[in-house]
Write a protein that binds this ligand. Structure first.
Ligand code: BT5
Length: 239
């Protein structure tokens, strides 16, 4: 099932408000040409100008046993975006947990939300991927941002890029939910730069330390000055 809108407030918000329209047995894709209230994490805004970028939410149901992989779902969508970009000729990397970057500039961001459902959860994982966004609009964003147009050669077909993303994510999600994150761990560790001093916000307070490693479940291991290693399953590395 695929719902497409010319203009919508946010594809994630629409999906959350219309759970009854989402398929129980397959991924429902919700896309829009433009978002008037695109959302990032922590109530931040996602710039969503018309007809330039991909704004897509993948919606599906997981059962109780699969909930152990919830934190890995946005990571696997980020990996899928990297694979799409690679197929298009771009080398990208990840900033933990799931920002997609080209040359240290953000090209895609991911927002994963859930709603309680019978015997499990409805997962709504949204991605904004800057495809044909020009430099002047990117320059208005308060953190370094880029697009395929700026990094590559010319304009990209949004439908083709969306179809590629749908293909990779469908395959990867199936693998995650049946086999677990171990199949992605080597690639994820390769794509995320560790071994650096970072400031880290865990939704409660700011930590300073050394980004020691990625744990086997995809979480971040932060080494504090005391030598202690603390494991975080969510939060963000501060700029
Ligand atoms: C994210 O949040 O990166 C999640 C973005 C998810 C957007 C998709 S679009 C489809 C679906 N529907 C929605 O409403 N949302 C999802 P966060 O890590 O909090 O990053 C937000 C920050 O990224 C902002 O505060 C800006 O600094 C920056 N930013 C905003 N718009 C951007 C853009 N188009 N490209 C790059 N960076 C941007």
């Amino acid at each position: 099932m695929h719902y497409h809108f010319t203009t919508i407030d946010s594809t994630n918000t629409w999906a959350k408000q219309n759970v009854h329209l989402l398929s129980r047995n397959e991924i429902t894709l919700v896309t829009a040409d433009c978002q008037t209230a695109g959302r990032g994490r922590f109530k931040r805004k996602w710039e969503s100008p018309p007809n330039q970028n991909i704004y897509a939410s993948f919606c599906f149901f997981i059962d109780k046993a699969q909930q152990q992989y919830l934190g890995n779902i946005p990571q696997v969508l980020a990996i899928s975006a990297v694979q799409v970009l690679e197929e298009l000729g771009f080398q990208s990397r990840l900033k933990w947990p799931n920002d997609v970057q080209i040359s240290n500039k953000k090209v895609a961001g991911i927002l994963c939300e859930t709603i309680p459902a019978v015997e499990g959860l409805c997962v709504i994982v949204g991605i904004g991927l800057n495809v044909n966004m020009p430099l002047d609009l990117l320059g208005k964003i308060d953190r370094p941002a880029t697009s395929l147009l700026v990094e590559g050669e010319g304009v990209y077909d949004l439908q083709r890029v969306t179809a590629l993303l749908q293909h990779y994510f469908t395959t990867n999600l199936n693998c995650l939910l049946t086999e677990g994150f171990k199949s992605f761990l080597d690639l994820y560790r390769y794509l995320v730069s560790t071994d650096q001093k970072i400031r880290f916000h865990d939704n409660l307070r700011v930590w300073e330390g050394f980004f020691h490693s990625i744990d086997s479940d995809g979480s971040l291991n932060l080494q504090l000055d005391s030598g202690e290693i603390r494991r975080f399953i969510s939060g963000e590395i501060l700029p």
